[in-house]
Design a protein around this ligand. Structure first.
Ligand SMILES: Nc1nc2c(ncn2[C@@H]2O[C@H](COP(=O)(O)OP(=O)(O)OP(=O)(O)O)[C@@H](O)[C@H]2O)c(=O)[nH]1
Ligand SMILES: [Mg+2]
Length: 520
């Protein structure tokens, strides 16, 4: 018996004690491959048929979940997202870039688990992610003290300067360090006569180009505040040298610096309060999802490892658009999918991680990542074909630790080795990892089974089949309290075998016979 006929057959049973017609299980608006099945909501009510679609809960569809947030005007967000003049140095123009990687060979600043060549490759990848930006030249130069203003010692600095001067086509130099001080940036720009960028400004620029939703735009604007602050200090220091920065502005009783700082503070407060509004909405969506008992699976991993592709393969959501680009996904989006036992889960697509991503950048995205701490399971996707796959794993786990993810979630992470199609003779090095190719849709059934087992464990759910008397209220109780997966009516007995997924808490209340009981 299929679910549609079930729904038709059992409609008369769905009246509550007061005689009101109860809500029937609704079709959840899931991706096309799932549309044929019904998800029986635990939501019964006395109100007229109120549709509880997954879309209402922020489940996609593909369209951007946060676009539905109507609590903030577009113009309000756009105003806050407008690039500030102190930051326009990255601007909208195209760039021909020289990438320089300072290689620290000794001491505590020497990077572990990676090489200068791999770090250079990642820096080049960042530039190539930007449309119309090209890498014209690249060079690795050693340095003992990357913190000094000119990054390099005299000899290497001279070599670099000559190289830049010898290529007049170069419009910008990307120094692959986390953050340059404004004074250092200014000194280098004066010496080289071109724009000088660090990792923070390049990543921020990528974020700016990829931001689609209000939340992403606000988070980026927030991440820019520290940059604005340090640049402001530098500008004022420059003005002071010319004898102007600390002067009072006529009639205001404030110096130029004080006015600018006040404006910046006001801007920061506006952004934070706008983000807080979105956060409240997010909390609401989260609690709605919880009350519907859809388990939530957060899909995390290094940028470009294939998170979006994997969710697309698991859910069939054709609107998802994986891209060979760093930070293609900047917004947390939620997509419904089904596990082997027909349990519906919500996959959360998240922003990717990057090594040496400045903390302030991560902090500004922490509200987005708040959802992760509230999920039932984390799936950690790794690009197993990447030469730095191990380093990337360490990086992701470190960020997760810093996000204060509950220990039980950290201990139950399902690790996925993605892109096995790109590895010749792939051999599983870590027995607990699940090998897949999200692109070629290989290994997905095994992965779904692993996810299901982990979800059942983490949520304390049970999958069981119970026998119900059709003349009693047992069936409607199950519809209300559990996820009904299958109903087999034994017509001459007046009974039905009902396969359900039920939480531990509700299981205690089940008083009718269980024919099979698989606490999976
Ligand atoms: N060959 C191969 N390519 C894959 C596989 N999975 C993903 N890709 C490719 O890897 C690139 C990145 O995929 P995405 O799914 O956008 O990666 P992501 O982790 O969501 O990236 P960000 O959102 O930028 O962090 C795309 O070009 C995908 O087609 C796979 O299993 N095999
Ligand atoms: Mg993505």
């Amino acid at each position: 018996m299929n679910f549609r006929s079930l729904r038709d057959n059992f409609e008369p049973d769905c009246a509550d004690d007061s005689g009101n017609k109860r809500l029937l299980p609704e079709v959840v608006m899931l991706p096309p491959c799932l549309k044929t099945c019904f998800v029986f909501s635990a939501q019964f009510g006395t109100s007229p048929r109120k549709k509880h679609s997954a879309e209402e809960e922020g489940v996609q569809g593909g369209a951007d979940v946060h676009e539905d947030f109507d609590i903030l005007e577009d113009s309000e967000v756009e105003e806050l997202f407008q690039q500030q003049h102190i930051l326009t140095k990255v601007g909208s123009e195209d760039h021909r870039v020289l990438v320089v990687h300072p290689d620290v060979k000794w001491g505590s600043k020497k990077p572990q688990l990676t090489t200068a060549e791999l770090m250079m490759a990642e820096a080049v990848g960042l530039v190539n992610t930007l449309q119309n930006w090209t890498v014209l030249d690249k060079v690795i130069l050693s340095t003992k003290a990357p913190d000094r203003r000119t990054i390099f010692g005299k000899g290497n600095f001279k070599i670099l300067t000559e190289r830049i001067k010898g290529k007049p086509q170069i419009t910008a130099v990307f120094v692959n360090v986390e953050r340059l001080s404004p004074a250092s940036e200014r000194e280098l720009e004066e010496a080289w006569g071109v724009k000088v960028l660090d990792r923070y400004s390049v990543v921020l620029h990528i974020f700016r180009c990829n931001a689609r939703t209000k939340e992403a735009k606000l988070q980026i604007s927030l991440a820019e505040i520290p940059l604005l602050r340090s640049r402001l200090k530098d500008e004022v220091a420059k003005l002071d040298q010319q004898g102007g920065g600390s002067r009072y502005i006529m009639g205001s009783g404030e110096t130029f610096m004080e006015v600018q700082q006040r404006l910046l503070k006001e801007r920061e407060l506006k952004i934070r309060s706008a983000l807080e509004k979105l956060r409240k909405k997010r909390q609401l969506l989260r609690s709605q999802r919880k009350s519907r008992e859809f388990p939530v699976v957060s899909v995390m991993g290094y940028t470009n490892c294939g998170k979006t592709t994997l969710i697309k393969a698991l859910t069939g959501d054709v609107k998802l658009q994986p891209r060979d680009q760093l930070f293609a996904t900047l917004d947390v989006t939620v997509h419904g999918g089904q596990l082997p036992s027909r349990m519906t889960v919500l996959y959360v697509d998240t922003i990717g991680f990057l090594s040496q991503l400045p903390h302030q950048l991560i902090d500004s995205f922490s509200a987005t990542l708040e959802d992760v701490a509230h999920s039932d399971l984390i799936v950690h996707v790794r690009d197993i074909s990447h030469p730095e796959t191990l380093n990337q794993k360490v990086n992701v786990l470190n960020v997760l630790k810093n996000l204060q993810i509950p220990e039980c979630l950290m201990n139950s992470i399902v690790e996925v080795h993605n892109k096995i199609d790109l590895v010749d003779n792939y051999e599983q090095s870590e027995p607990d990892a699940v090998p897949v190719s999200a692109l070629k849709e290989q290994g997905l059934e095994e992965l779904k089974q692993r996810i299901e087992a982990a979800i059942v464990k983490s949520t304390g759910k049970h999958i069981l089949t119970v026998k119900v008397e059709l003349s009693s209220a047992q069936l409607s109780w199950l519809y209300k309290e559990a996820t009904v997966q299958e109903v087999d009516v034994v017509a001459d007995e007046g009974t039905a075998l009902v396969k359900v997924i039920i939480s531990n808490m509700r299981l205690v209340k089940v008083r009718f016979p269980q024919s099979t009981h698989s606490a999976a």
